[in-house]
Write a protein that binds this ligand. Structure first.
Ligand SMILES: [Zn+2]
Length: 320
């Protein structure tokens, strides 16, 4: 594995058209009337795909008003369409293409639908990125049907990059939640933790949401202290990854241990401990793609290849 290989869910090959064009209602209308308009179609059970390729479906009717304009490719506009739009009531809608809590295939997986985790390992780089982009936006639309300010119903504006409240005039923008994820290292050993809900023997990098009024570097130091009870030096940024379950951006760091013995301060992790480089080398040879694979006895299980945590670990191994 080349360390420089891009993270899964990146690499969308579209002009996102996120500029003055979207504010021009005539331009947006022209995209909806474009004969080359196609759509990524996704619903509660997954995104439409066949033979390992994301389907771009041509419209045989006018493009519906609630289609989300993702951007443009060489053949015209590309939209995202929710094939199971939530009912009008306030009930909390399910996530689009969640593929189960641990990435289980959705019930209709055999029927040309891929859960998002499955899509991340089955589709090519650009298609998986496009699936993540479409599903991320569709999930945001599902959960922002009502104004956070006044509670009235909101409507689509700017081709789907905004939901606007007709009652109070508030504009709501698609949301991305920053998460820091970090490898704590100390020479030939690395600190990993596991959550109770994970498959047996699976350990991964520590991670947590960034708080308001906090830098990424401060979040790394705080989360390591809270989850593992150890202190660390200055974090070094490595790379980032959209993680649309439903709206995170994972920002990956490495950081050196400076003191303290691992032991959870909060209940978030079931276990946190050091692993020697040799244990991680052996685990990295197991090419697990699925989050829930490998319940049988054996050694350490790393996160699947589509997760940035796995890339951080392989980068650490590759660093000698
Ligand atoms: Zn409002």
């Amino acid at each position: 594995l080349a360390v420089a290989e891009p993270n899964a869910f990146t690499g969308v090959e579209l002009d996102r058209a996120d500029d003055a064009r979207r504010r021009d209602a005539e331009w947006v209308t022209a995209q909806m009337a474009h004969t080359g308009a196609r759509a990524v179609v996704a619903g509660t059970t997954g995104v439409r795909a066949s033979d390992g390729v994301l389907e771009l479906v041509h419209f045989d009717e006018p493009v519906p008003g609630d289609a989300i304009l993702l951007g443009l490719d060489g053949d015209g506009p590309v939209f995202a369409v929710d094939e199971d739009p939530p009912p009008a009531g306030p009930a909390r809608p399910p996530l689009v293409a969640s593929g189960g809590r641990r990435g289980e295939p959705p019930p209709k997986s055999a029927g040309g639908r891929l859960g998002l985790r499955e899509a991340g390992s089955v589709l090519g780089q650009a298609d998986a990125g496009l699936a993540a982009y479409a599903v991320g936006l569709l999930n945001w639309h599902r959960s922002h049907r009502f104004c956070a300010n006044c509670g009235a119903a909101t409507g689509i504006a700017e081709g789907g990059f905004i939901r606007r409240c007709a009652r109070c005039g508030a504009d709501h923008h698609p949301r991305v939640d920053p998460v820091v994820i970090m490898l704590v290292t100390d020479g030939g050993r690395v600190l990993l933790g596991r959550q109770r809900s994970w498959p047996a023997r699976r350990y991964s990098a520590l991670a947590g949401f960034v708080s308001p009024g906090e830098s990424l570097e401060e979040a790394v130091v705080r989360e390591v202290e809270e989850e593992a009870g150890v202190s660390v030096g200055a974090p070094r940024y490595v790379s980032s990854q959209p993680w649309p379950f439903p709206g995170s951006l994972m920002m990956g760091f490495t950081v050196s241990w400076t003191g303290g013995e691992p032991g959870g301060r909060d209940d978030e992790l079931q276990d946190v401990r050091w692993f020697a480089r040799e244990e991680v080398v052996a685990a990295a040879e197991v090419d697990e793609q699925r989050w829930d694979a490998g319940e049988e006895d054996g050694g350490l299980l790393l996160p699947p290849r589509l997760a940035i945590a796995r890339r951080l670990l392989e980068g650490w191994l590759g660093g000698g």
